[in-house]
Design a protein around this ligand. Structure first.
Ligand code: BDR
Ligand code: CA
Length: 304
């Protein structure tokens, strides 16, 4: 069977690292490229970390670096991924930055019209830049899967906004306004899917066990410090899992726009819930996922 072509745009980050491993080790995809963006950490760190993950799983997937800052704002990094974005792993190699993620995204879409799904695991800066530079690619993209947004739950960066949308709301605004099939995996779902160190012992026969265990120890401590949840929240792996098994998810169509300016609400995913309004349904929002199936598949794939 022909494999689904995908591009993964990412800012590793512990959960990004696991999402990349999940997508790669599932062997279900033809991964055309992994593109990095500044988000959880600086572009240098997220790119070093992406290379580290690819090396760990002996992947030859192409890696290109992208935006070093949001479209119009200063980068605000995450708290939960430590100083280099992947604390707990020894990363002392500096990956050369190629700065061509946007061009590579455009090139891959043009060369594979209507065949490429893009998995967005960080701020939406690279893809927004690609849309601005080459709008003709918009109708050529098969689908965009976005980990981001907070619909009926508090934000994890301010009162209402989720980190990926908060960091670059201007980019998110461009993407949400683009006429393209989008699926959003919001905090509402991801907040409830976390693994403990005991769960990760299921990997103890894998050569990835020690390194994942070390990273998850730090991630879990940090999550507890900032989110008061005792577990490694699987934000980005759940988004990757949507590509692996969309049957395990329930979605609802919504009309969502992004708040780019609010003093308290920057990056809010604003849903039009008014009766008789909300006619411009522009995104499928994941409402629930079969948690047990996710967990079983996650550990089976990582163990494979
Ligand atoms: C998102 O923010 C990042 O810290 C994670 O990697 C994830 O993509 C969750 O809000
Ligand atoms: Ca991420």
């Amino acid at each position: 069977m022909k494999k689904q072509k995908i591009i993964i745009d990412t800012d590793p980050g512990y959960d990004d690292a696991l999402a990349i491993m999940l997508a790669e080790k599932s062997r279900l995809f033809d991964i055309l490229a992994i593109t990095t963006v500044a988000g959880n950490s600086t572009i240098q760190n997220t790119t070093n970390n992406a290379r580290f993950v690819l090396n760990l799983i002996e992947s030859k997937t192409k890696l290109w670096s992208g935006a070093n800052a949001p479209l119009k704002r200063k980068l605000i990094k995450a708290n939960v991924h430590g100083k280099n974005g992947l604390d707990g792993a020894t990363i002392n190699k500096e990956e050369k930055l190629t700065n061509n993620a946007v061009n590579k995204i455009i090139e891959n879409i043009i060369n594979n019209p209507n065949e490429v799904t893009i998995l967005m695991l960080g701020p939406l800066t690279n893809i927004a830049q690609a849309f601005v530079k080459e709008p003709s690619i918009i109708p050529l993209i098969k689908e965009i899967i976005i980990m981001g947004g907070a619909i009926n739950v508090p934000g994890n960066k301010n009162r209402v906004a989720e980190f990926n949308i908060f960091v670059d709301p201007d980019a998110a605004d461009i993407v949400f306004q683009a006429d393209i099939k989008k699926t959003l995996i919001p905090l509402d779902v991801c907040n409830n899917i976390f693994f403990t160190l005991i769960d990760f012992r299921r990997l103890n026969d894998s050569n990835l066990y020690e390194i994942i265990y070390e990273m998850m120890k730090k991630y879990i401590d940090n999550i507890y410090m900032f989110e008061k949840i005792r577990g490694a929240i699987m934000y980005d792996p759940v988004a990757a899992y949507y590509l692996i098994n969309s049957q395990a998810f329930a979605t609802v169509e919504m009309d969502i726009q992004i708040e780019t300016r609010g003093k308290l609400t920057r990056g809010m995913t604003v849903v039009d819930k008014r009766v008789g309004e909300g006619k411009n349904k522009n995104v499928s929002v994941v409402q629930s996922v079969d948690k047990e199936k996710f967990k079983e598949d996650f550990f089976n794939i990582l163990n494979s």
